[in-house]
Design a protein around this ligand. Sequence first.
Ligand code: SAH
Length: 241
Amino acid sequence: MVLLRPQKSENIGAAARAMANMGLGRLVLVEPRVSKPELMEAAATRQGAGRLREAKISASLEEALAPYAVVVGTTARIGAQRGRAYPPRLLLPSLLAGDPPPPAALVFGTEREGLSTGELRLCSKTLTIPTAEPESSSLNLSQAVLIVGYELLLAAGGEPAPPPPIKPATFADRKRALDDLQKALEEIGFLPRANPERYFQNVKKIFDRGSLARGECDLIMGICRQLRYRLRRSPPDGGQP
Ligand code: SAH
């Protein structure tokens, strides 16, 4: 991640933190202006401290880019002069192709002006993070670094595996649990003696709305078992108040 003339110490620190969050390699600072090192370190937190310590300082953009095989410029501002801009999901996976992938630099502009057209021309590709409205297309520098890093992490397959799917209840499991529930609701007098099936349809509707897991059927039957157990100890009619 190459930050060109970053002006705000907090942004440099927050960018270092974002890089650590997303597992991005080296931070390169071109002519940085660090007026408040304590703010930079605080924004980096302990997580980003290593990225800051190992950051390379360059005197010019050309010097900073010299070692890289692929150079991508990032910009909020697009225009005919500024070439074709790719969204992160289309462009970033291509940076990871090859074993190992060729060294790539992503260039970020200054907070106020961003990258000039001339600076963008030094880059072989342009990346723009889509936003809801063109008039609010400009992201905070470190947030732009975070989003690019996040998309690279996903493209590299760094997304954690989703939780294992729930075991869906079969028709038989479900029928057994709901029949049991209906019977228990009759026993405690929740369903009217006349036509309990019809009333129970309203309860069943709740379960029809989602898919029941097998374990949840066991849970319903467990609740019914406990209801019966308590009922036996103090029956609703004839028992102690
Ligand atoms: N006012 C500047 C924005 C500077 S924000 C401009 O209009 O260009 C600082 C840097 O964050 C930008 O130079 C760019 O590298 C990055 N950035 C901000 N918003 C972005 C976006 N929507 N897509 C890609 N990069 C963005």
